[in-house]
Ligand binder design. Structure first.
Ligand code: UDP
Ligand code: MG
Length: 309
């Protein structure tokens, strides 16, 4: 029988994990022709998620867990899941029931019978989410799709079901800074998109602050395009052109009217503008250098402290 692996990254999910497993197995039990393997990944939770996982792994057929030594982030948790998964089909889903398990049979059908390699989900609404967050999320998708060749789908969730081929392709990408939404698009393959209305968390609260999301989106841009570097050099050239025009006009003015002393204000404005621009460009450069620094160190993506047998 084919094996279906489910990867569940969990960070402080003590309230949601039990209802989640119940809902998940209710759906898995209706899939008699696949054998389930549920991999709970504890991403360094500070609450009682780990003891709960030990219980659940003993209670549910096919469930096991991996526990990190600290919080390494959802990307690392998903990677650990992919590396541990043995399934012919592998799905990733959140522990908070925002990714409806009821979609699983349809996703599995798309990959098993309809010839797709990947079944992805996207939410068509963002209701229940702060307005500012939705605004910036939309702006991010528009921006990255303009500056990067890798096209991202607005509203795409990490909730996905992949064939073994796609998982093996993803595992070939060794990068330290993982932005999986981009990685999925980068490896290619045929994806069937399924849409659903946004569901709010059953319990607990979101682990993504605005600041965390902002940093994550910068990571996505730096990981998938070098366009900002080009923009920086183009800006620099434009400024040089403007400066040239100003210099020429000043020289001409001095030669014709001999009055080049005034204009202190404009001078200050230009200095402030240009130094701001220089700092901005150095900052852009710094983003890439810092990412290279992290890649070059070749640290592991996560450290496992404990796992079930
Ligand atoms: N998560 C994780 N590590 C983190 C943050 C989140 O493993 O550092 C998990 C979390 O337990 C949940 C999923 O990632 O299963 C999505 O997190 P959350 O629901 O907080 O994000 P949102 O749905 O609000 O975007
Ligand atoms: Mg959530």
């Amino acid at each position: 029988m084919p094996l279906l692996s489910l990867i569940v990254p969990c960070y402080n999910e003590q309230e949601t994990l039990r209802p989640f497993m119940k809902a998940l197995y209710a759906v898995l039990d209706t899939l008699p022709d696949v054998q389930p393997e549920v991999i709970l990944v504890n991403d360094g939770s500070a609450d009682d998620t780990l003891p709960l996982m030990r219980e659940l792994a003993a209670e549910y057929q096919g469930a096991r867990y991996i526990s990190f030594s600290r919080n390494f982030g959802k990307e690392s948790a998903m990677l650990a899941g992919f590396q541990a998964a043995r399934g012919d089909y592998v799905a990733v889903m959140d522990a908070d029931l925002q990714d409806p398990p009821a979609l699983l049979p349809e996703m599995l059908r798309a990959v098993r019978e309809e010839g797709f390699d990947c079944a992805g989900t996207r939410r068509v609404s963002r209701k229940g989410e702060p307005v500012i967050r939705s605004f910036f999320a939309r702006a991010f998708y528009q921006l990255i799709n303009v500056v990067s060749h890798t096209q991202l789908v607005d509203g795409a969730r990490d909730y996905k079901l992949l064939s073994r081929k796609v998982v093996d392709a993803l595992l070939q990408l060794p990068e330290y800074n993982r932005f999986s939404k981009g990685l999925y698009e980068w490896v290619g393959f045929r994806t069937k998109w399924m849409e659903f209305e946004n569901v709010e968390r059953v319990a607990g609260e979101t682990k993504w602050s605005f600041w965390k999301l902002f940093k994550y989106s910068l990571e996505g841009i730096v990981a998938f395009t070098t366009m900002p570097l080009a923009v920086a050099s183009v800006l620099g050239m434009l400024c040089m052109l403007v400066a040239l025009v100003i210099i020429v006009s000043l020289v001409v003015r001095q030669m014709l009217w001999h009055n080049s002393v005034d204009g202190w204000t404009s001078l200050v404005c230009i200095i402030v503008l240009l130094s701001g621009l220089q700092l901005f460009c150095v900052g852009v450069l710094g983003q890439y250098v810092s990412k290279m620094y992290l890649e070059i160190k070749r640290r592991p993506h996560y450290i496992v402290a404990e796992q079930s047998e």
